[in-house]
Design a protein around this ligand. Structure first.
Ligand code: BES
Ligand code: MN
Ligand code: ZN
Length: 500
């Protein structure tokens, strides 16, 4: 898909489809007003008929308006003007992208970034708009012998800018939106690939190929014997029950001076979670192919950050393994020694995410990180607590938590902070080891975070439990690509003025 930014006079633009916003109660947006006066009030007359109510995301295609060069006008409902907010803005963009994909045109011009949103600039609005178009074209059909019918003929979208100055900000928005959307789509594709294709080795090879595409990106893979030598007894205890060798994938993006401390992302890359000997029930077990979505989001974020060449150092770490039942698998009651030296009683082999993450988190100390953020489909309890809209956020540092909350709000990829109080730590007591790997049913996502907190004392750390937000189940089953846009936005915010 090609994007550009154009200026000009609306009624004489040559395009297959001109996209404009309309508010409820027949209120026209700025561009709609311009068109209406050029078209001898055609729009006003049409709206009065009442077929189109302009509720959020409602769409309607008009043809051959008088004195208008555009072949079609795609009207998009924007709701009540004063109620317009960022989440609705994204909805407006997504719905217009979906309708646009059904229209028989190869090119379109959209005026939607002109909509006024408090405190949000044209760069942000064009970023989100570009993201909506690109993510709407993603299809998970790489393993179908007949590709899903390509309904969309769309090849080029131009964003309409009021003047040259606006056009410059909007061009940056296109770059940001393109990079973020490509990262989101990569993350979704990895999530949707089945466990027999997307194995730890598959992810390791992807890291190598990404680093071959970007000068500033290097990758390194630790094999099982390397992890053995280091003493990663917790991670290796999970992969012992699997025929697929575990990999610890490290991607280092160097966007600024070597002595600048890196941001480190650690993503759970469990390519299939059967539960192990504490095996999961069969219904929906296929969805445990999504247990690597934390890792997938690290791949997506690193890809976007490298594409934007952001002036910052970022390291992505993906501990990757399967969790399978086997003669050599972890057994309930087994005690393993983690890289940190702390011992863990594995009371439930299905609480494997924390076992692979704790060793990866200890390993991160060597990077002398500024912050470490882990992303994991860690607990079913998180889905019960927050459902699918919010990612659960835990942190040992208030500033980091606030920065992530803010980045989540800006990128429309939101988090909700959860407690990490010492009171919960007691639930992890074991009679035989330093800790148990489960803390009972109560506050399950919190005790999981408490477990990780025991391995992250030496740096500022945040944990994102994406068990509810990473994928959608049911008939629309598929990965959401969350929280790629949150992670990239966090990094963009940290770069601050240097990229304005
Ligand atoms: N990958 C799962 C968590 C999960 C379950 C995410 C369902 C999304 C939907 C994780 O490895 C797991 O199995 N966690 C257990 C922990 C329990 C045994 C303490 C869980 O949540 O049931
Ligand atoms: Mn599990
Ligand atoms: Zn899991």
């Amino acid at each position: 898909m090609d994007f550009n930014v154009i200026t000009g006079t609306l009624n004489t633009l040559k395009t297959g489809c001109l996209i404009i916003g309309v508010f409820e109660k027949n209120k026209l947006s700025a561009s709609a007003k311009d068109l209406d006066s050029a078209a001898e009030k055609y729009l006003s007359r049409f709206l009065k008929k009442g077929d189109f109510k302009a509720t959020i995301g409602e769409t309607y295609v008009l043809h051959d308006l008088p004195n208008i060069t555009a072949e079609r006008i795609l009207l998009v409902g924007c709701g009540i003007e004063k109620d317009l907010n960022p989440a609705n803005y994204l909805k407006i963009l997504t719905h217009s992208a979906e309708t646009l994909n059904t229209v028989a045109t190869t090119n379109a011009i959209s005026c939607l970034p002109e909509l006024t949103l408090k405190d949000l600039d044209l760069r942000w609005k064009t970023n989100v708009a570009t993201r909506a178009i690109i993510t709407s074209t993603y299809r998970s059909d790489t393993l179908k012998t007949q590709q899903a019918e390509q309904t969309s003929r769309l090849k080029k979208v131009s964003w309409f800018a009021a003047d040259k100055h606006a056009a410059n900000s909007m061009k940056k928005g296109v770059d940001f939106g393109t990079a973020i959307a490509d990262g989101i789509n990569l993350s979704r594709e990895l999530g949707n690939l089945p466990g027999n294709v997307c194995t730890p080795s598959y992810l390791a090879e992807l890291a190598i190929s990404l680093s071959n595409q970007h000068k500033k990106l290097k990758s390194k893979i630790l094999e099982e014997q390397d992890m053995e030598r280091l003493g990663m007894g917790a991670l290796l205890s999970v992969s012992r029950g699997s025929r697929q060798p575990a990999k610890l994938i490290i991607m280092e993006y160097s966007g600024t001076a070597k002595d600048k401390k890196p941001v480190v992302f650690v993503g759970k890359g469990l390519t299939f979670d059967s539960g192990g000997i504490s095996i999961k029930p069969s219904p929906s077990m296929d969805e445990m192919k999504y247990d690597m979505c934390g890792g997938a989001s690290v791949f997506g974020a690193i890809k976007a950050i490298a594409a934007l060449e952001l002036p910052i150092n970022v390291i992505g770490v993906v501990p990757s393994s399967e969790n399978m039942p086997d003669g050599d698998a972890n057994k309930p009651g087994d005690i393993v020694t983690s890289l940190s030296g702390q011992t863990i009683e594995v009371l439930n082999t299905d609480a494997e995410g924390r076992l692979i993450l704790c060793d990866a988190l200890t390993y991160c100390e060597k990077f002398k990180p500024d912050v470490v953020i882990d992303i994991a489909t860690l607990t079913g309890a998180c889905v019960i607590a927050l459902g699918s809209h919010a990612t659960a956020l835990f942190s040992n540092n208030d500033k980091l938590a606030q920065d992530l909350e803010k980045a989540g709000n800006t990128s429309l990829d939101r988090t909700w902070r959860m407690p990490l109080w010492d009171d919960y730590q007691e639930q992890l007591k074991s009679n035989f080891a330093d800790m148990a790997n489960i803390g009972g049913r109560e506050g399950g996502s919190i005790t999981a975070a408490c477990f990780l907190s025991r391995y992250t004392k030496d740096y500022r750390w945040a944990h994102l439990d994406i068990a509810g937000s990473a994928w959608i189940g049911g008939s629309k089953k598929g990965s959401t690509g969350r929280p790629v846009s949150l992670l990239v936005q966090y990094v963009i915010d940290r770069c601050g003025k240097s990229i304005k």
